[in-house]
Design a protein around this ligand. Structure first.
Ligand SMILES: C[S@@+](CC[C@H](N)C(=O)[O-])C[C@H]1O[C@@H](n2cnc3c(N)ncnc32)[C@H](O)[C@@H]1O
Length: 290
């Protein structure tokens, strides 16, 4: 495989709600660094290793794809698929810069993955992280992904259920308002911040066996005398990036946004307060061997 971007199926007119600008590119990089331990844990459980062919569905700029490409080595391959031409262009240029010829990118709508990739039963494994909560028809994405797995192939998913349990502790009204606004903004664009509750049934419908289900529940403490816990950067960057977008889209009042940023500063420098981040559910499913 080479690192040339391909294009199939024009991306849908409805843009990804978080955007594909430099701010989101940077945020996704930070997010991957904070969650790469969970990704590697799941990939190990799914027996992803040298020589395997792996699909990264909704790969974004490819932060997980780069790690996967190193795991499968040059004897394997990784295909990252995303609807954003900007993200796929970044992925392919980075694949070149990082010396990963086994990684390639494809611009496509994940709802039409089977026809866009057109390599039925070719992949040993697929990864879908933080994508199903944004798409209109996650069952269709899972169905198409399943059709691209070989018998015995594994599908690894990280995504949200109970997203709105994200909270500051003690609670602050500005944060509660921003979390509710976030969930509304996703739902009104066809997403579902509770999608992982429905995924096991979708896997069964697609003929996959659920072999593993786990939850990563994390929190982030402030610190009055130095940097806060590393995980603090996740909600911090999230709100500094997305809260102004919520205001611009009409989901959040400017006053709530301003108060939220002040509350974030207060928690960051507090010895007692913390943020409970959204729980990330981890699923592995297997396509039955023939
Ligand atoms: C939160 S980002 C996650 C990116 C990557 N999976 C990661 O974990 O770093 C969601 C990604 O899903 C992509 N996406 C959303 N809807 C899509 C669709 N219908 N088809 C393909 N990609 C989609 C977005 O462009 C974005 O890159």
């Amino acid at each position: 495989m080479n690192a040339t971007p391909e294009t199939a199926h024009a991306p849908p007119p409805r843009p990804y709600v978080l955007g594909t600008g430099d701010d989101e590119l940077g945020r996704l990089g930070l997010q991957h660094r904070l969650w790469s331990d969970a990704a590697h844990e799941a990939w190990k459980l799914a027996r992803i290793g040298p020589g395997q062919h792996v699909l990264d569905v909704g790969c974004g700029p490819g932060y997980a794809s780069f790690d996967l490409a190193q795991l499968v080595t040059s004897t394997g391959s990784v295909l990252g698929v995303d609807e954003s031409p900007a993200f796929i262009s970044w992925l392919t240029s980075q694949a070149d810069a990082r010396g990963l010829p086994q990684l390639s990118g494809l611009v496509a709508d994940a709802h039409h993955l089977a026809s866009a990739v057109a390599r039925p039963a070719a992949f040993d494994a697929a990864y879908i992280r933080w994508v199903l909560c944004f798409v209109k028809n996650p069952a269709r994405v899972i169905h198409d992904t399943a059709s691209l797995l070989r018998p015995g192939g594994r599908l690894v998913i990280h995504d949200y259920f109970n997203y709105t349990s994200m909270t500051m502790a003690p609670r602050r009204a500005s944060h509660d308002a921003a979390v509710a606004a976030t969930a509304r903004s996703w739902r009104e664009r066809g997403g579902d911040p509770d999608v992982m509750a429905r995924v096991p049934a979708m896997l069964a419908e697609a003929g996959l066996n659920l072999t593993h289900l786990a939850i990563h529940q994390r929190h982030a403490r402030g610190n009055p005398s130095g940097p806060p816990e590393a995980m603090f950067a996740w909600p911090d960057v999230w709100w500094r990036t997305y809260a102004p977008k919520l205001v611009a889209m009409g989901y959040l009042a400017q006053a709530d946004c301003d108060q939220l940023l002040r509350d974030l500063d207060a928690v960051r420098t507090s010895a007692t307060d913390f943020i409970v981040v959204p729980p990330v559910y981890q699923i592995i499913a297997e396509k039955p061997a023939r």
